[in-house]
Design a protein around this ligand. Structure first.
Ligand code: ATP
Length: 784
């Protein structure tokens, strides 16, 4: 009876939510009826017809009903199931360039195919982004059947592919890839010396699966291509030794902001160790930053929580970042600003050199370059505002196909972590005795291992996922819904893999999810919960928390904590009082707010850099693409002379001009063997002086070019590209220093982003002229 009522109300609410999309969905379903009678070949031919319509000027939106109807029929023929209306609604939202919020197990993988198919008809390519390479490969293989059935090509990017293999994948109508492969390929494409080595096409349309994980949770660590490991290990070890010897009175930790500073005593002690008189002097800024990073490495970041040590294929130990939201290992990514080096020194492994950044971009700015962006996830409503503000994408909640049938129990709160874990093990034992499957989410690999050891002691067979191998992880998590299974997993390991219930499990209550901590973000808690109760399955969830959890310790309202401790928390309390539960929500909102500020800051800095990056990339592309750069070189000669004359010949009287300075400075760019003639110097005006130098240097240049025996066209190109790249690298380093300085000055009530923009503006102009002069110098010298 209750079930019937629930179904009735659910259907009514689905209808209400769908109302805006109803006419369009009805049209798709009507057209679909027509396709049911077509042969496979006829369906295949429709793709060609629609492509034709689009190249004749019909809009993609006009083509939507027919395209979606066709894909719906393809799903039925290939996989044998009927796409439901909620999925069609999600697919429409994607085409509109928005984010479809759809609960776990609702068939998002299929939804992406509709929008990708339609948008690929333009021939401009569509990228579908997954959170890990295993899912990219799996989805491109499985969904590839649909695309190929309808006559489109599908590719998948893997990190170890050759340039030509990648080019072939990017040429496909639809390409699956992880976000970081796409971002890195973009950066690499702007580092090639030959355009034929570029792999990507124009960034046309992207669909991001698990969009919040990529654009929100991972958005604090920019993608970074660094120079090969270099020297410096000893230096970092040296600083590390000094910091290691500090005591708690030498530094102060600000728990809430995770910052750490030296106290006066600490500064004195470091000055003594380094034989310095003033560590805080601007000349020692770099050293001071290294000390701060080393402090963070020692006293804030924790091994097996924030990073792990992994032995790589060359048998070398590396420090790998652990994503705090998902527990995933972020291979190839490094903490910025020297923190990673500090960790390497702390762990006494090889320090991978100074972070000479060759190229960098935030994920936000990379994805904003696409003509259209859309995404899917189970949890986006809480960050709707940020999506609208940063990406201009709205979040539309799609109703579930069937009502959610999962019971979310109130949290259980303990005083100590020890009590909490004992109770969790008791719960696992009792649920396991019934045969009901359990999925336990932990905050870190360390906690997973602790729990695993406790279960071993009790002889409870279980599996542990530690986010080290996606394929194995998927195989394990797929079976997490089988009778009697106990699976321990770092927060979101195995995301994107369907957990189906085994036989008889429905009667036992479905999959039980246990959270061992409340995460900083409610979204992540909800993702964990969402592993249970897919597609109307029954299930349950409960979080076990304690006052020793970081979130509660730092952010839970004091008055509520006192109340709980005094009154009813003898050994544990059931948080079924809305006030107490709200305290947790408030604590999470607090942290979320702080994290959002950090994301906005990272993005703000990159925003300034973004404009500059585009200027440089456009300039670089132009150099690569132009057939002959002679006219560019000539313009540069002229411009350089003008700049130098303006710099050294100030005032109207030639006697005041610094002709020696001018000659030396010009000589540094154009080392001339024959002297420049300076006739009638006392009668000249600035303009004439410029003209005279230009004429002579142009002639000189022409002579050089005629005498040059190598490939002058290529020489010019390489000189430009080399100078752009080298100067860009130095520029990025300088920018990083400015950023560090500004962060320290933040106390002065200045808007750091505005300050950053102001300071880098001048630097950028200088940087452009260093590129130009360096290019000329190389050409000049190489032609001798
Ligand atoms: N209309 C449908 N009818 C029946 N089965 C479907 C339908 N659509 C998708 N499925 C199946 O449902 C399962 C879950 O789909 P999928 O993994 O895409 O869900 P999801 O929404 O991406 O979940 P997650 O949030 O875990 O990634 C898959 O096995 C898929 O084949």
């Amino acid at each position: 009876m209750l079930g019937l009522l629930r179904d009735y109300y659910h259907k009514a609410s689905v209808d209400r939510n769908l109302s805006k999309y109803k006419p369009l969905i009805a049209r798709i379903n009507l057209l679909h009826k027509g396709f049911e009678n077509n042969s496979n070949d006829e369906l295949f031919m429709h793709t060609q017809t629609m492509k034709q319509h689009i190249s004749n000027g019909k809009s993609l939106s006009d083509q939507l009903p027919e395209a979606y109807a066709l894909v719906k029929e393809a799903f039925f023929r290939v996989f044998g199931y009927r796409i439901h209306d909620a999925q069609l609604m999600g697919a429409i939202v994607l085409h509109e360039g928005n984010i479809a919020e759809m609960k776990t197990g609702e068939g998002k993988t299929a939804v992406a195919v509709f929008a990708a198919y339609l948008n690929a008809l333009s021939g401009e390519g569509v990228h579908i982004v997954t959170v890990n390479p295993y899912l990219a490969e799996r989805d491109s293989t499985e969904m590839g059947e649909i695309f190929r059935f309808l006559g489109l090509t599908v590719g998948c990017i893997e990190s170890n592919m050759s340039i030509s293999q990648k080019q072939a994948q990017y040429q496909c109508d639809v390409t699956y890839a992880t976000h970081y492969e796409l971002g890195f390929d973009y950066l690499r494409d702007h580092m090639v010396y030959d355009i034929s080595n570029r792999v990507q096409r124009k960034l046309n349309y992207v669909i991001l699966d698990e969009v919040d994980s990529i654009l929100i949770d991972e958005a604090r660590t920019p993608l970074l291509i660094s120079e090969e490991p270099g020297k410096g290990t000893e230096y970092f070890y040296y600083i590390d030794n000094i910091v290691k010897a500090l005591t708690s009175e030498d530094y102060e930790i600000f728990e809430q902001t995770k910052q750490i500073m030296l106290t006066e005593k600490g500064v004195d002690r470091c000055e003594m160790a380094l034989s310095l008189t003033n560590l805080m002097h601007i000349d020692n800024a770099d050293l001071y930053n290294k000390i701060l990073q080393s402090l963070r490495a020692h006293f804030i970041l924790k091994k097996d929580v924030d990073y792990v040590l992994v032995t790589n294929e060359q048998a070398k130990t590396e420090a790998v970042i652990v994503d705090q939201n998902t527990g995933r290992l972020l291979f190839g990514r490094r903490f910025v600003e020297g923190l990673h080096q500090a960790i390497e020194a702390k762990e006494r492994i090889i320090v991978m050199g100074q972070p000479a950044t060759l190229s960098t971009i935030t994920l936000q700015n990379y994805f904003r370059m696409y003509g259209k962006l859309s995404g899917m996830t189970g949890t986006a409503t809480e960050v709707k505002d940020e999506f609208i503000k940063t990406y201009g994408t709205d979040v539309i909640a799609i109703p579930t196909n069937k009502p959610i049938n999962r019971i979310d129990h109130p949290d259980l709160l303990f005083i100590t972590e020890e009590e909490k874990f004992i109770r969790i093990v008791e719960e696992i034992i009792s649920v396991n005795e019934r045969g009901q499957p359990i999925l336990v989410g932990t905050a870190s690999i360390q906690k997973s291992e602790l729990l695993s050891a406790m279960l071993l002691e009790q002889n409870i067979p279980h599996k542990v996922l530690n986010a080290k191998n996606y394929k194995e992880e998927a195989d394990v998590i797929r079976l997490a819904g089988q009778r009697g299974s106990v699976t321990i997993s770092t927060n979101m390991a195995g995301r994107g893999v369907d957990i189906r219930l085994g036989e008889g499990v429905e009667e036992l209550g479905g999959l039980m999810v246990i959270g061992t901590i409340r995460h900083d973000s409610l979204r992540i808690d909800n993702q964990l919960r969402g592993r249970s109760g897919r597609q109307g399955d029954c299930g349950s969830s409960r979080f076990f928390i304690c006052f020793e959890d970081e979130l509660l310790m730092n952010y839970y309202p004091d008055h509520l904590m006192d109340e709980l401790l005094n009154n009813n928390c003898s050994d544990f309390a059931l948080i079924n009082n809305p006030r107490y539960a709200r305290g947790i929500r408030d604590a999470q909102a607090h942290v979320e707010g702080e994290l959002q500020t950090i994301r906005e800051r990272v993005m703000g800095y990159d925003q300034v850099l973004d404009l500059q990056r585009r200027i440089i990339y456009t300039m670089r592309n132009e150099m690569l693409e132009m057939d002959d750069l002679t006219s560019k070189v000539q313009t540069l000669i002229q411009k350089t002379i003008q700049q130098k004359v303006a710099e050294f010949c100030q005032g109207s009287l030639p006697e005041d001009w610094d002709m020696i300075g001018l000659t030396i400075s010009l000589g540094s760019v154009f080392p001339y063997k024959r002297p420049l003639r300076l006739d009638r110097l006392h009668e000249l005006e600035q303009g004439e002086l410029i003209g005279m130098f230009t004429q002579q240097l142009m002639e000189y240049y022409k002579d050089k070019e005629v005498a040059f025996e190598g490939n002058a066209i290529e020489l010019k190109r390489q000189a430009f590209i080399y100078s752009i790249d080298m100067n860009w690298m130095h520029y990025l380093e300088a920018v990083e220093e400015v950023k560090n300085g500004i962060e320290l000055r933040n106390y002065a009530q200045l808007d750091p982003i505005v300050e950053f923009e102001r300071e880098t503006f001048q630097m950028f102009n200088k940087f452009i002229s260093s590129i130009e002069q360096e290019t000329l110098r190389i050409i000049w010298n190489s032609m001798d």
